[in-house]
Design a protein around this ligand. Structure first.
Ligand code: NI
Length: 261
């Protein structure tokens, strides 16, 4: 069994073949998919997708830093109200984070909304899925400010350096690292980072439909490609694919479902 801990299969690009695509994931051994909403509009689609595939799809709701509208705090609160009013439970809060890649002008509102969602998750006892692009230094500053109130969670598609990963490992033992298709790209440093992180803190994910692994680059990504990520991690860690699949699955179960062993 393998788990895709971060995938957007509720998006329109999967409308024509979502059922078949989930079938391909299961045939590849990927039995659980965590589907994080990025906006209030996404949230309804996440809810509907979970309702249609309740044994496979597990919802998360959050406001993504590049999807903020004019009143981000109100949007984040509306998303959490929506999440709380659903019959089916969520497994965490996400996708939340900080992204300074395209637009640095909203840094302050991004960190404000991020801090609010982190505190919300902490108070609810829920893990988070954190997106961070070109801002690991700022993320660490924000986590420092939260002191004892950093929830457990995943640094989804982690792209920081080996040194940054080591600092995070030491300071926040409740955080894990998500690796996806980008670790299969040439010149990717992700596998060095994975090798520097404890084995019991590594997660697999696709971020589908984005970040498609080699040899499918240029095509739509989907959860059935998780074994390609597992194989690449196995190579980086000097372990077998079976060991990596077993350990990353155990890690994800512990983090998102509170299951031990
Ligand atoms: Ni994502």
């Amino acid at each position: 069994m393998m788990i895709d801990t971060h995938t957007h299969i509720y998006e329109n690009t999967f409308d024509a073949d979502r059922g078949e695509m989930i079938g391909r994931a299961k045939a590849a051994g990927v039995d659980r998919l965590i589907i994080p909403a990025c906006t209030l509009a996404d949230s309804a689609r996440v809810r509907d997708t979970q309702a249609e595939y309740p044994d496979t799809c597990y919802a998360m709701y959050g406001l993504h830093p590049t999807e903020m509208g004019d009143s981000p705090m109100a949007e984040a609160e509306a998303i959490m109200d929506f999440a709380e009013s659903q019959k089916l439970p969520r497994v965490g809060v996400g996708e939340i984070g900080i992204d300074l890649h395209w637009d640095k002008s909203r840094k302050d509102s991004q960190t404000e909304v991020f801090a609010w969602q982190m505190r919300y998750a902490y108070d609810k006892g829920l893990p988070v899925s954190i997106h961070c692009r070109d801002a690991v230094w700022l993320l660490m500053e924000e986590l420092d400010k939260m002191r004892g109130h950093v929830p457990a969670g995943s640094l989804h598609c982690f792209t920081g350096s080996v040194d940054e990963a080591k600092v995070i490992c030491r300071k926040w033992p409740q955080l894990m690292f998500g690796f996806g298709g980008s670790c299969t790209y040439k010149n990717s440093k992700v596998s060095e980072v994975a090798a520097a992180v404890p084995f019991d803190r590594i997660l697999t994910e696709t971020d589908a439909p984005y970040l498609t692994p080699v040899p499918h680059r240029g095509e739509r990504n989907e959860p059935a490609y998780i074994p390609l990520v597992v194989e690449r991690l196995a190579l980086a860690l000097g372990k077998s694919s079976e060991e990596v699949a077993a350990q990353t699955t155990e890690n994800a179960k512990r983090l998102f479902w509170g299951e031990q062993g």
